[in-house]
Design a protein. Structure first.
Length: 152
């Protein structure tokens, strides 16, 4: 039998070497100066969406542009990298972000600056409309399916 992935959803990852303590300090300082916005955050702070325009986050933004260049090259895309908006979240104990989408985005990303031990894990849902209506349950017996998902 031949199995081909006609509609795969790629997830790109990169190890980034940044001063996370400085980023955390800058984000906390920002949260003390700005009440933020209410979007998908429950028991947490969500910044305004202009983080990419703030000088203290330039090193992170530079890394994001490098990654975009790599992704566009990998995917043979003929366009220039752009960040439409960018924000920070602080989730207090018991806090989280509700499932949500990022409309009008070619790519979306997440970077964890600081986490507590045993904190929650990010959950990524298949973004294709309608696919969730046909999700089959798979055996959870330490195998890897054709999409690279490992079940244990």
């Amino acid at each position: 039998m031949i199995a081909e992935g006609f509609f795969p959803t790629l997830i790109f990852a990169e190890d980034v070497k940044l001063d996370n303590q400085q980023l955390a300090n800058d984000i906390v300082a920002w949260s003390k100066q700005d009440k933020g916005v209410k979007k998908t955050n429950i028991n947490g702070w969500h910044s305004q969406t202009n983080m990419h325009e703030m000088p203290q986050f330039k090193l992170l933004v530079d890394e994001l542009f490098k990654m975009q260049h790599q992704m566009y090259k990998e995917e043979w895309l003929d366009r220039k990298p752009k960040i439409g908006n960018m924000w920070a979240n602080i989730n207090y104990p018991g806090g989280y972000n509700k499932p949500h989408i990022h409309p009008n985005s070619l790519y979306s990303g997440v970077y964890y600056v600081k986490t507590q031990e045993n904190c929650g894990k990010i959950i990524l849902y298949d973004p294709r409309p309608g696919i969730q209506t046909n999700m089959l349950q798979e055996l959870k017996d330490n195998h890897q399916n054709i999409y690279g998902e490992k079940f244990i």
